[in-house]
Design a protein around this ligand. Structure first.
Ligand SMILES: NC(=O)c1ccc[n+]([C@@H]2O[C@H](COP(=O)([O-])OP(=O)(O)OC[C@H]3O[C@@H](n4cnc5c(N)ncnc54)[C@H](OP(=O)(O)O)[C@@H]3O)[C@@H](O)[C@H]2O)c1
Length: 350
């Protein structure tokens, strides 16, 4: 196989970014779309110039012209349909969060393994070069021991009816955008947290509209993040070590066409200069950018390598599994008001 023939499972809004990315790649081709509604499927296929359209998801599962399926369903449907696709021999690129329980991640992983297909959680953030560069900088020791990190992903939900407001669909700010800092810090710190502490503000529909989390690591590092669907747009991340820090204005890399800039500050010498160690001249500053963000293209290229070249994923299902476990622990902490310990060897949410 030299080209991946893609199908879209649903007519979700996020497809727009994925379609653009697939169309820019010479190793991918978009051939089919499925919707719960046959008219919607046809109209969507016409609008986006897609050859096949199906009025049920089952038909896409069986479609012989499709090699790989992009699952852009609401969160609570990811597990069921990823498993059905795997069992039918389709490679699966599933939107974040991969699933809502660790047991579901395990079921999905098992189905993919038994069928010999690739199952990968989609992640524009992690497949972009900025994220792997940050991981390299941290592991090089340039910043010294990492003591703490901060991050935020906030926006205002534009519509009153949105899957994100539905608790039964895996709605809420933590599942929707909290998964970004959780996955990002796993990728750049190359470590998993051992504790979670959280506070949430819940809206009328019962989902968290704003969520603050504190993740603790064995090294003593603390990651503090805030996410929200009810405050003005804000995105930022800061990683602070004993010798320097990094500040990212586009840590999640979901803003296609924006410029992602990194600001690095390093101490010129190990001793802090100035009366109270507060002399600004002691810091050497460097700024660089990654040009216009095209991270959905990066994730498509990443998935192609897994299927067409047989490469191992840099972000395997064990990472997705851990992130589901961390999010579950954060929810439990917000619910109980207590810190929750995370044991990577146990299943805690079923
Ligand atoms: N990676 C990213 O940057 C990013 C950004 C946004 C969203 N996402 C993820 O992508 C997924 C979709 O998000 P979205 O905001 O694009 O979704 P959306 O626009 O609300 O669309 C969801 C689609 O799922 C289908 N669906 C099936 N059962 C449904 C139900 N009971 N209620 C509503 N829709 C149902 C519908 O398609 P049909 O009617 O055609 O069947 C609908 O168009 C989520 O998992 C989300 O976390 C990722």
């Amino acid at each position: 196989m030299s080209r991946l023939r893609w199908g879209l499972l649903s007519t979700a809004r996020i497809n727009e970014r994925f379609i653009d990315a697939v169309r820019r790649s010479d190793r991918s081709e978009l051939v089919a779309v499925a919707s719960r509604d046959v008219q919607r499927a046809k109209a969507y296929a016409n609008r986006h110039d897609i050859y096949s359209s199906y009025g049920t998801y089952e038909e896409l599962v069986k479609a012989p012209e499709v090699d790989a399926v992009y699952v852009s369903l609401p969160n609570h449907l990811h597990a069921e349909w990823a498993m059905r696709l795997s069992e039918a021999g389709k490679h699966v690129f599933c939107e974040k969060p991969l699933a809502l329980t660790v047991a579901n991640v395990d079921g999905m992983a098992q189905a993919a393994q038994q069928a010999g297909v690739v199952l990968q959680e989609a992640s524009a953030t992690r497949f972009h070069r900025q994220t792997s560069d940050i991981a390299e900088i941290i592991s090089s020791g340039r910043l010294g021991r990492i003591l703490f990190c901060h991050a935020t992903f906030e926006f205002t939900l534009p519509a009153a009816a949105d899957i994100r407001l539905n608790a039964d669909m895996g709605g809420g700010a933590l599942w929707d955008v909290g998964c970004y800092p959780v996955a990002f810090f796993q990728a750049v710190l190359r470590a998993n947290p051992i504790s979670a502490y959280a506070r949430a503000v819940t809206g009328r529909t019962g989902v968290d509209l704003a969520f603050s989390g504190l993740l603790g690591y064995e090294s003593g590092t603390a990651v503090q993040f805030t996410v929200s669907m009810a405050t003005p747009m804000a995105r930022q991340a800061r990683i602070v070590g004993e010798q320097g820090s990094l500040e990212l204005d586009q840590p999640w890399l979901t803003n296609t066409g924006a410029v992602a800039t990194v600001r690095q500050q390093l101490m010129r010498s190990t001793a802090g200069a100035g009366t109270f160690g507060d002399d600004p001249d002691q810091l050497e500053e460097a700024t660089w950018d990654y040009g216009l963000i095209d991270a959905y293209f990066d994730e498509v290229r990443g998935f192609e390598k897994l299927v067409l070249d047989g490469e191992q994923s840099p972000y395997p299902l064990s990472d997705s599994r851990m992130n589901v476990q961390v999010i579950t622990a954060l929810h439990e902490s917000a619910r109980t008001g207590r810190e929750v310990l995370i044991d990577p060897s146990s299943i805690t949410n079923e």
